[in-house]
Design a protein around this ligand. Sequence first.
Ligand code: SF4
Length: 200
Amino acid sequence: MKKIAKKTPVLKRLYELYERMDAAYAASATAIGLSCQGCADSCCETLFRHHTYVEWTALAQGFAALPPARQDEMRTQAETYLRIHRNALPGMRPRVPCPASVSTESGLVCGIYAHRPMVCRLHGVPNVLQRPGAAPAAFPGCDRAQNLAKTCEPALLDRTPLLSDLARLEMDLLGRERMGKLPRVDLTIAEMLLMGPPRL
Ligand code: SF4
């Protein structure tokens, strides 16, 4: 109980940060007329890896709140997902839908949408990241975004303040002493779903 009470304010701030990420994404996407509607190149088949305990904690809580049958379904999908990636030929990256995705009449949708981590929220739009002491790194966005950006001025999403707030939340969750001592999180959604919440 103590642990949950300690995490709750951090998670509340994480969800506020997620709202800011969604707003930043929407502003950038709207500026170039980007929509995911009808896109055959589903981002949810991309092999994303995730890097913070705070996002993992929120994802695990969201997953635990799903009906048990849905959780079982996603766990089975996660096992299949990992098996396919493990058995891929060297240099090949199979395209497999994320195990958190759910098939609907209008296509795949995210089954843990409110709890999806940062990379799922920011992927696709042209963006920039300023690392301390380095030149800004620019990312052009997905293929559809790059095509649209040829005909208008892109509104670059600045990931810098969002990432720095996420790093602050990670620090607040773990505490200064454990920051950098715990193993780095380098997990797919499939691994996080199967592992359950991080043991903190
Ligand atoms: S967590 Fe949701 S948004 Fe992210 S890749 Fe999986 S299905 Fe897509």
